[in-house]
Ligand binder design. Structure first.
Ligand SMILES: [Zn+2]
Length: 444
């Protein structure tokens, strides 16, 4: 690297730009010039980061009277201290990020892209190459999201979540006008639930005020909604909620839609053996009233933590730990992305509510208790073979109808049921059997 070369490049550019008359160019020429300048800018960003790293390590910044290397970089580049700090962080990480370093020196990455990739790849080095490739093909917004997801698979996420939970607060104060002001900080899942409840109540108020011919801004009605929810007078619990930022309301597939429950009992007693009211597939009034959609890879939900490339996040809010998603699965509806590499192959629901189509298929398949030899047909209960609390999905393949006794044995006496081809295997616990029973169901 010769300083004289750099100076002559700069002089050449300076005289070019002095005479630059873009209005005289065709649109396609202008587009090419734009690309050429973008490349120069990327190369310049590479040079700046590499030089900044040496400015920091050489301590030249002390001799030039700066209080930190970042202050030196900020002054030299005409940026703020914040961008200079992240630039130096990225520059330090580049030493251990060969793919990023190579793409940067080749003029393929902008400074913003380098910062994003370096921050994420420092947490998950395995993801580096994939992020560098993505930077070349996808817009910045997509790259940022991917980097956030990569960071979310890092070991710090659970700790971050716990720290947010521990430091949660709701404060209020009176401002200079005498108005009451609130500020709250809470975990993304609790925040999404609260926001969904307020949104639902706001929707109701918007409808009421419109019918009354009153024109009030939505943000004003949102405050009324919050007051009604907290102080009473609202209709909280009347309907499942929706997710903020997702643009449309998500209704639970449970209530109303599947009234064809017959005598079935949704006593999926993974945690509860209390007798249930027949046909009580609708959420109890005291149960969860808002629904949080979580996009989570099913493998991660079963495993309990994320591995490379997997996601677990509330759309429009952000990543959450897998253990939180499992907790939400028990009392909310989750949309679960079953992925095959990067492609989403299936979207299924977690949570206990059984969609009508799945319920119909289940009633058709399991006309008696599924345990081989048991022909009970009345008051069958629906069981999640793999419990919801452990990431089991509400899909036909994970549901089975059992009589009350066999359901009790499975839930509380460690019996298991498995599907093998078209047959069910009923497997008693190790200490109560010589071998697994396996025979076809008797009868016609
Ligand atoms: Zn049975």
């Amino acid at each position: 690297m010769k300083l004289t070369t750099l100076k002559s490049v700069a002089d050449t550019l300076r005289s070019e730009i002095a005479g630059f008359e873009p209005e005289l160019m065709s649109g396609s020429d202008a587009a090419q010039v734009l690309e050429a300048f973008a490349e120069l800018e990327k190369l310049a960003a590479a040079g700046k980061l590499l030089a900044a790293r040496r400015v920091e390590s050489s301590n030249i910044w002390r001799k030039t009277g700066h209080r930190s290397a970042a202050a030196h970089v900020a002054e030299a580049t005409g940026t703020g201290l914040g961008p200079a700090i992240t630039a130096l962080e990225a520059a330090r990480q580049l030493g251990s990020l060969p793919a990023t370093d190579e793409a940067m020196r080749d003029g393929r990455l902008s400074e913003s892209q380098i910062k994003e990739i370096a921050g994420a790849a420092a947490v998950q080095p395995d993801a580096e190459q994939e992020l560098v490739d993505a930077a070349g093909k996808q817009p910045m917004s997509v790259l940022k999201l991917r980097c956030r997801r990569v960071k979310a698979t890092g070991p710090d996420q659970a700790a971050t979540y716990r720290a947010i939970h521990k430091g949660r607060y709701l404060r209020n104060w009176t401002d200079a006008d005498g108005a009451m002001r609130f500020d709250a900080r809470l975990t993304p899942d609790e925040g999404a639930r609260l926001a969904a409840a307020v949104k639902d109540e706001t929707d109701r108020l918007v409808g009421e005020t419109r019918r009354a011919g009153v024109d009030e801004p939505r943000k004003a009605l949102a405050v009324d909604a919050l007051v009604r929810l907290a102080c009473g007078g609202g209709r909280s619990g009347a309907a499942p909620g929706s997710v903020p930022g997702s643009g449309h309301s998500h209704r639970a597939p449970g209530s109303g839609a599947d009234s064809d429950t017959g005598s079935d009992t949704d006593a999926d007693a993974d945690a509860n053996t209390a007798p249930k009211t027949p046909g009580s597939s609708e959420p109890a009034p005291s149960g969860p009233t808002t629904m949080v959609h979580v996009r989570v890879d099913h493998a991660a939900l079963l495993r309990g933590h994320l591995e490379g490339g997997e996601i677990c996040e509330i759309p429009g809010v952000g990543p959450i730990p897998v253990e939180v998603a499992r907790r939400l699965a028990v009392d909310s509806i989750l949309s679960v992305l079953v992925t095959d590499g990067v492609d989403v192959t299936v979207v299924a629901h977690a949570g206990r509510t059984i969609p009508a189509s799945v319920r119909r298929a289940l009633l058709e398949r399991d006309q008696t208790c599924a345990v081989p030899g048991c022909d009970i047909r009345e008051a069958l209960e629906i069981d999640h073979i793999h419990p919801v609390a452990e990431g089991g999905l509400t899909t036909l393949s994970n549901l089975v109808r059992l009589c009350h006794w066999h359901h009790y044995l499975k839930t509380h006496q460690r019996h298991r049921i498995e599907r093998s081809g078209t047959e069910w295997l009923w497997i008693p616990p190790d200490d109560a059997r010589a071998g697994a029973f396996s025979f076809s169901r008797a009868g016609p």
